[in-house]
Design a protein around this ligand. Sequence first.
Ligand code: SAM
Length: 289
Amino acid sequence: MENKLYSPKVMNDILKKYNFRFSKNLGQNFLIDGNILDKICDGINLDKDDEVVEIGPGIGTLTSALAERARKVIAIELDKRLLPILDDTLSSYKNIEVIHGDVLKLDLNNIIEEKFENKKVKLAANLPYYITTPIIMKLLEQKINLESIIVMVQKEVAERMKASPGSKAYGALSIAVQYYSNPEIVTIVPKNVFIPKPNVDSAVIKLDVYSKPRVDVKDEQLFFNVVKGAFSLRRKTLVNSLSSSDVGINKEEIKEILRDLNIKENIRGEKLSIEQFALLADSIYDKKN
Ligand code: SAM
């Protein structure tokens, strides 16, 4: 099968042949645009030495595009009705292995170690949107051996991941993603490039994973608690949000730390950079220990 699976006619023929019905629960919206596939492959700079894990191959549209350019692709698909279809559509590719499983339950580290001799791999995914952010965070937090992640997300989620301090979209997700990686929006994806059409616009975002987090902190858990606490009461000042969170610090102590760090007392969490959050968390750590 040539890499033309994205053609609506070819896709519809396949779906008809297998009497396939889309599952809304599994977020099944399949791509029908070759340009977006090219942008995804270009976005992660695929070359012939690359090893790729794809999550949620569907009928294999992106899988085949990745396999044309990479050394090896492992594709993980949960819906067992798609397995015979993938067997068919990907039959001419010798460098693709399909694994039947739920990415939420599989040990990806193990799969990467076993299948790729623990080389750094690239990961591509187009998943149900309600599980995409938790999966990205799990991948980043587990410090799996990934070079980059390219993923389709809801447009607003991409904007939040990429957001800078002071912008409306900036929040705990921006900091968590940018702590581990450098995000870049590769392209905005309109609804009409999917069958069936989803309700929301999407974006392809690429995360270049740092070999070590962007900032050094004394206690990572505390750092993330401080970030969460700072954004817990969005319209309140940092002092008010943090003192009513479970970070375990009172107003006077926070004010003193802010003075020492030369940060205005009435600042709101959404104005602080990751570096300032790291300094703040470390000062709270010192005060508590
Ligand atoms: N990559 C294909 C494309 O772009 O046309 C399909 C994308 S579709 C949005 C999402 C795919 O992820 C579906 O094939 C769905 O069955 C699969 N999927 C959903 N939940 C999954 C999970 N927990 N683990 C693995 N695959 C999953």
